[in-house]
Design a protein around this ligand. Structure first.
Ligand SMILES: C[S@@+](CC[C@H](N)C(=O)[O-])C[C@H]1O[C@@H](n2cnc3c(N)ncnc32)[C@H](O)[C@@H]1O
Length: 442
């Protein structure tokens, strides 16, 4: 392997594979990753038309101890994607060994292992990929853009990248703590401290810092410092760690590479990137104006408003048409990420008799005023994950009792738009095209 990596970063991940995982745990539980759910990938990356059956190939670049690799490989096995392949690449041998053992325990045989630097991808002869996951990796490279170029060199023209990089605002306290640890661990004139000594110093300080310390103030946003040595090192002692604002990601990936970015925060979807959803229960006077701003500007503002986005998770795709479109009657809407049914959603959206109501969504913490439209609850009640919008609207019209003519599809799509947008922004309502299901069944 040519020296195409940072030696200190490699030695960290050899000594402390991240995230720390005991392969035996795989006998009991499957770790889920937010970006790798097949229905999410389908909705945001393949316009809802991906069957995963036609030799789907995924690369886990800097796959670490294997969370995303195992989750994706399990799902591809479950949908009988016979020719699908997951390639797990990492420069840490110790991390690959753990990921491999997890796959063995699960009897997964659709994974290929590559011990190398992702910067070598252009010359590795690994073929091209439909989907590349690169989570928590680019911000540890000396030149993240070189890493992104390497990923793009093996991405199919219609492929997509699931990316996670650190977020600046939510990690304010982390960077202050890292600066403090550098001062504490500096040993002028003496031997550099080893990893264990640095971890011991971090533990010591964490137990003593006052509540006014910026890391302590925001401590509940972070978990790694409670997850053992590997977590402490990754969060507070990393030798190469940078973060991005949403605006910087647009500059880098949209302006720089012409890619479309679909942000989706764990459990919250894109809601923390939308001012009207962040400020929802107490909309300011300027609320209406904020919603009219370009998407990018809304994301930049919302990140500063909410303050607690610690990582940016997003799909980078060729263009906006990779997201399944709202407004096409062929598409099938389905609830996702929590056990929601049409009946339950209809009750919630119908509780103010068609008038705007305050949606208080527990899992995401979002409270937002929603206009359910005249027909929202009735449409929601007909969503069962099998019917297309066209079929739902036909059923709606079949029970129409109004004096005027029943609304056509365009009128129903317009009426339901705010309800859809709200549930979709939370990633609770997604879309798929019937062709994807047909190909999977055939
Ligand atoms: C923070 S861990 C993230 C692991 C995994 N992606 C996850 O989200 O659970 C970063 C991983 O990137 C790997 N890595 C860092 N630089 C790399 C490079 N140039 N090439 C390949 N892997 C790299 C490290 O070895 C480590 O396993």
């Amino acid at each position: 392997m040519p020296d195409n990596y940072l030696p200190q970063v490699r030695s960290q991940y050899e000594a402390l594979p991240y995230p720390a995982r005991d392969p035996e745990e795989d006998r009991k539980r499957l770790v889920l990753t937010w970006l790798e759910d097949l229905p999410m990938i389908n909705h945001y990356c393949f316009a809802g038309k991906q069957s995963f059956q036609k030799g789907f190939r995924a690369l886990m670049a800097g796959g670490g101890t294997g969370d995303a690799t195992i989750f994706l490989a399990e799902q591809l096995r479950a949908v009988n994607a016979a020719n699908a392949q997951v390639v797990h690449l990492d420069m840490s041998e110790a991390s690959i060994a753990l990921a491999k053992r997890r796959a063995e325990i699960r009897g997964l045989n659709n994974i290929t292992w590559v011990h190398d630097s992702l910067l070598n991808l252009p010359s590795l002869d690994v073929g091209k990929f439909d989907y590349i996951n690169c989570s928590g990796v680019l911000h540890h490279l000396a030149d993240p853009d070189l890493g992104f170029k390497a990923l793009r060199s093996v991405l199919k023209d219609d492929g997509a990248i699931g990316l996670m990089v650190y977020a600046t605002t939510g990690r304010t306290g982390v960077y202050q703590m890292q600066a403090l640890m550098r001062l504490v661990n500096d040993n002028p004139g003496g031997e550099p401290l080893n990893e264990q000594r640095k971890i011991a110093n971090a533990r010591d300080l964490l137990a003593s810092l006052p509540a006014s310390n910026w890391f302590m103030r925001s401590e509940d946003l972070h978990h790694d410092h409670k997850a053992g040595d590997a977590g402490i090192y990754d969060l507070l002692l990393h030798s190469q760690d940078r973060s991005y604002t949403a605006g910087e990601l647009f500059d880098w990936l949209e302006d720089g590479y012409g890619m479309h970015l679909a942000f989706t925060d764990v459990q919250r979807g894109r809601s923390p990137y939308l001012p009207h959803m962040v400020l929802g229960s107490k909309p300011p006077n300027m609320a209406a104006a904020l919603r009219k701003l370009p998407r990018r500007r809304q994301h930049e503002m919302a990140e500063l408003m909410i303050g607690n986005i610690i990582t940016h998770s997003l799909y980078a795709t060729r263009d906006a048409s990779c997201t399944a479109p709202y407004g096409d009657a062929q598409y099938i809407p389905f609830f996702f990420h929590e056990p929601l049914t049409g009946e339950i959603a209809a009750q919630v959206f119908g509780r103010n008799r068609g008038q705007p109501f305050l949606l208080q969504h527990q899992h995401s913490g979002v409270s937002v005023m929603v206009n359910p439209g005249k027909y929202g609850p009735k449409i929601l009640a007909l969503i069962d994950g099998r019917r297309s919008f066209g079929e739902i609207f036909d059923l709606f019209r079949a029970s129409w009792q109004g004096k005027a003519a029943a609304p056509d599809n365009a009128a129903l799509f317009a009426d339901f738009a705010e309800s859809f947008e709200t549930l979709n922004a939370l990633d609770r309502l997604l879309l798929k095209h019937p062709d994807a299901d047909a190909a999977a069944a055939g």
